[in-house]
Design a protein around this ligand. Sequence first.
Ligand code: PLP
Length: 487
Amino acid sequence: LDHEQFRKQAHLVVDFLADYYSNIEKYPVCSQVKPGFLTETMPDSPPTQPQPIETILQEVQKNIIPGITHWQSPNFFGYFPSSLSTASFLGEMLLTGFDVVGFNWLASPAATELEIVVMEWLLKLLQLPKSFSFSSDGGGVMHGTTCESFVCTLVAAREKKLSQIENNKGETLGKLVVYCSDQTHCSLQKASQIVGISPNNVRTIPTTKSMNFQLCPDALLMAIGADVRAGLVPLYLCLTVGTTQTTSADPIGILCEVAKQFNIWCHVDAAYAGNACILPEFRHFLDGIEGANSFSFNAHKWLLTSLGCCCLWVKDRTDLTKSLSTDPEYLKNKATDSKQVVDYKDWQITLSRRFLSMKLWMVMKSYGVSGLREFIRRHVKMAKHFEALLSIDKRFEVVVPRNFATVCFRVVLLSESSDEEDGNRLTKRLLESLNGTGKVYMTHAVVENIYVIRVAIGATLTEEKHVDMLWDMVQEHANTLLACSEL
Ligand code: PLP
């Protein structure tokens, strides 16, 4: 790590990326390479001799970039956004530059304490209840992804439940039940499997379009009641604010009440929409959060922060530490013994951890609260605009009410002889036709057998002109498809 070489080479990489961003609209948004494009063309052994950075960057340009789907393109409207910013990039440079392994406080006190500071700042910004704060029994931690937060809170809930049972803990383990809706992200299934919950004991409660795909408290009560009568043990309820398919939002307060009656751990996953809840006009989506045991959102989705940065709060930090702590001899130290410090290794899956707070701190410092709110408001305004354009054209239907900055729409066929399946086929073809141009990229969802195109507006570089271009393209491609539609 020669510092002069570092200076020179890092400048070259920054120049390379600045050129990439300035040319990003020239690339097809979704990569068009075929499987094996690299594995079949790259040498099967590493180079024997060192290669200069200039040569390596040329190879990135020529061979790697064609295989990249450009999530930072202003015309990327797929999945949920990944909103990078200069501030986050610089934060990544610093945290990678220091490359500390902050498993406990002593291993790098700044890594731990900056994380506490940032999590407390965010707690205020989201107006989370004091009970989630370090100033009471709670606290926040940064994980890489929501899936990790699911695993850790499931383990905490499992251990808490088992500790309340005197006999037959092993037998109880097989009886634990997790509840969610059919709109919950699939990573909950994966996390449940990891912590030993039988797939048969994950209750996926159906939702309906007529109820805006929200989890219904009565349906939850019925499912829990049936399980209790069958001798099973309700463990964990996952609610979602901003579901992946349609951004629907479960009513937290009333569902937490149900969970409380049965002593069920309640986690609120707001991976995407939690970001919007820093705006006063969206905060009502978190009403009732005081009834939850834990809450998480992904700053890497929509808060100008690079992957991964999932922020998790728990109401009782000992729930996490009791179930995830290790105490090997080589990590023993006076600070830990004093119990005056946080050792984040006991709040997560892995022992080693990155200095993630550095990038979010950089983002919060660089934008300020007003800049962060403005960023999200800008996308919401563009989504409203797109929704308004759709709603004045009878050939399209906005399938579910837009809650945040994701619009779900489909093609509706006006002819009386056409049915739902015809509409689905045409909507799918419209999406394929639009994505096939390489000029834009969107993804789909299927809800109640309706195929919908999701337009998730949230890339950092997206401006109103990109949304207008998308609208022009949607109309143009729909005209062509409808004109020659044999379905
Ligand atoms: N929850 C919701 C609502 C999501 O939309 C997603 C991903 O899009 C996840 C959870 C999974 O997040 P992660 O990839 O961070 O585990």
